[in-house]
Design a protein. Structure first.
Length: 298
């Protein structure tokens, strides 16, 4: 069971969109997958078409982690065909519902014991020695408070999401430094799964410049493919529909990109450890800002 946190310390970069794209690719590939919506806004829950029911949400599960029965409280995604919920054969795509209740742990002063809560919930799901999922995707809030650190504690890898823009590149640097510090103190096996450049505008000279900058700064950690900005992405998400089942060439192209991204994610072998290689460290503390000054932008 591979547990991957989808993270960014810069909001608005499309982190939930990447989570949904990977979930769609996993569903199309028939990979048993669980999406944990740890963001109190619960946008991933909405995008996955989850219907309200009597199951406990993730906030309630982590609050009572030792007694939590994850298997009894996950909800099948609304993306599944109707026969999947009637005992028919279909791929597994389950959701641990997000809720505002989880926000009580999204503060900077959570204890080391609290950081283990999500790990305990996941361990309960694997209590019989047979992991029910091949892949667990955790959609994290855009902060380094308790929920993100709880997710990192439960994960083996962190997938970073960034836009090719100044503040987002700086936020990616901060996230990498935070992962390294967290790894040293709490999670020695945690490594970055790489960086996804999202919402890339192919006709933008600024985006082209920032992508080249990211390649120089982050090297092989910048994953291929990049994900372009897509005009109908909001429509797809608003319909709570998987991109792999949306009609049209643009959705078909996006689906192929997420297939490649998922394949890269599942077939890594710790190649991004140790973290934050010397090549990036040799840069100034804020190289993107320095570059901006050099170009006369600020």
């Amino acid at each position: 069971m591979q547990v991957v946190s989808i993270s960014s310390l810069k909001g608005g970069v499309g982190k939930t969109s990447v989570t949904l794209g990977l979930a769609s690719a996993a569903l199309a590939a028939g990979i048993p997958t669980l999406v944990i919506d740890l963001d109190p806004h619960a946008d991933a829950t909405t995008g996955l078409g989850v219907s309200a029911g009597g199951q406990l949400d993730i906030g309630q599960l982590i609050k009572n982690a030792r007694k939590a029965d994850l298997g009894a409280n996950v909800v099948p995604s609304g993306w599944l065909p109707a026969h999947a919920t009637d005992g028919g054969t279909a791929p597994t795509l389950d959701v641990a519902k997000g809720s505002a209740l989880s926000g009580i742990y999204d503060r900077p002063d959570v204890s080391k014991r609290d950081l283990r809560r999500l790990s305990t919930v996941l361990a309960n799901a694997d209590s019989d020695g047979k992991a029910p999922y091949q892949l667990v995707l955790i959609d994290c809030p855009p902060s380094l408070n308790g929920l993100t650190r709880m997710a990192w504690t439960a994960s083996s890898r962190v997938l970073l999401v960034a836009e090719p823009a100044l503040f987002s590149v700086a936020g990616t640097q901060r996230t990498l430094r935070a992962i390294e510090l967290f790894r040293t103190e709490y999670a020695p096996t945690l490594v970055p799964a790489g960086i996804v450049a999202n919402r890339v505008r192919t006709g933008s000279s600024e985006h082209a410049y920032r992508l080249n900058e990211m390649k120089t700064m982050f090297g092989e950690m910048l994953l291929s493919p990049t994900i372009p900005e897509q005009a109908n992405w909001q429509q797809i998400q608003g319909a709570a529909h998987p991109v792999h089942q949306w009609p049209g060439d643009s959705a078909k192209n996006a689906s192929a990109l997420f297939d490649r991204l998922l394949d890269s994610l599942l077939n890594q072998s710790g190649k991004h450890s140790p973290l934050y290689r010397g090549r990036a460290r040799a840069k100034a503390e804020h190289p993107s800002l320095s570059a901006c000054h050099a170009r006369g932008r600020v």
